[in-house]
Design a protein around this ligand. Structure first.
Ligand code: AMP
Length: 249
């Protein structure tokens, strides 16, 4: 079995994000960047399947500027076999990424694609669903468990009321949720080995995809600063404040 794993380079989750002075976006210069945490979970799942002997090849793909090669190398240090860097600068919307991944699905014919349920920078949660639709293949989103057998993928999904299990014909698109697994740290020997693994470069034009943005960002603002809380003496005072000051009851 061959799997395609999509990974995105995002601002590290520990960084306090700052809005640019001109409100056109967030500051990314001199900011620590890392692999999107949900994508790390997707890579880990792929590597575990390879270690179990179910999967023979893991191809990791990332779209963006030259720096995303670092993210591809991280995935290869975790255990992916080879990388594809879709080289393009500038803003990439989920629809553009889904089209690029669809073109790679056509070219690579993976048994399934696994990716994060959402990128923590744009919080879109759209790419997997769009890819499933564009490729006209089944999708198992928010996976908290994945079992492969008899050419099918059984995906347990986290939904509002509990857990739902769906059986998908392969090839399928699967997106990883937080509880699917706990990603490993790459060991130093594996980081060294990853440096020798191949990364192929392609452009959106070569894949026949127009990535021109269709959305316009009007303004990015910091969330309003929260006012300090107060301690009330008793329930009566609380009710009074909720009724007369906050006017929420
Ligand atoms: P989103 O729909 O933007 O929340 O992203 C969902 C998932 O799509 C991410 O967790 C990644 O696995 C994948 N993805 C988004 N953007 C990219 C990108 N530029 N390159 C590779 N994968 C991406």
């Amino acid at each position: 079995m061959k799997i395609l794993v999509a990974v995105k380079r995002v601002i590290d989750f520990n960084v306090k994000v700052r809005v640019k002075a001109d409100q056109t976006g967030v500051e990314t210069t001199n900011v620590k960047m890392s692999m999107n945490p949900f994508d790390e979970i997707a890579v880990e799942e792929a590597v575990r399947l390879k270690e179990a002997g179910t999967v023979s090849e893991i191809v990791v793909v990332s779209a963006g500027g030259p720096q995303v090669q670092e993210t591809i190398r991280t995935a290869m240090a975790m255990g992916a076999d080879r990388g594809i860097h879709i080289n393009c600068e500038g803003e990439l919307e989920p629809l553009a990424v889904a089209k690029l991944l669809k073109a790679l699905m056509d070219r690579e014919s993976p048994d399934f694609v696994i990716m994060g349920k959402q990128a923590i920078d744009d919080d879109c949660n759209q790419t997997g669903q769009m890819l499933g639709a564009l490729a006209n293949r089944p999708q198992g989103t928010f996976a908290s468990k994945l079992v492969l057998s008899d050419g099918k993928a059984e995906v347990t999904r986290e939904i509002d009321g509990g857990l739902e299990t769906v059986s998908l014909d392969l090839p399928a698109v699967i997106s990883a949720d937080l509880r699917l697994n706990e990603p490993r740290y790459a060991s130093l020997p594996n980081i060294m080995k990853a440096k020798k693994k191949p990364i192929e470069q392609v452009t959106p034009e070569e894949l026949g995809v127009d990535v021109t943005p269709r959305l316009e960002t009007l303004k990015v603002e910091e969330p309003p600063v929260r006012a300090a809380g107060i301690i009330v003496a008793d329930v009566d005072e609380l009710l009074d404040k909720l009724q007369n000051e906050a006017k929420v009851i």
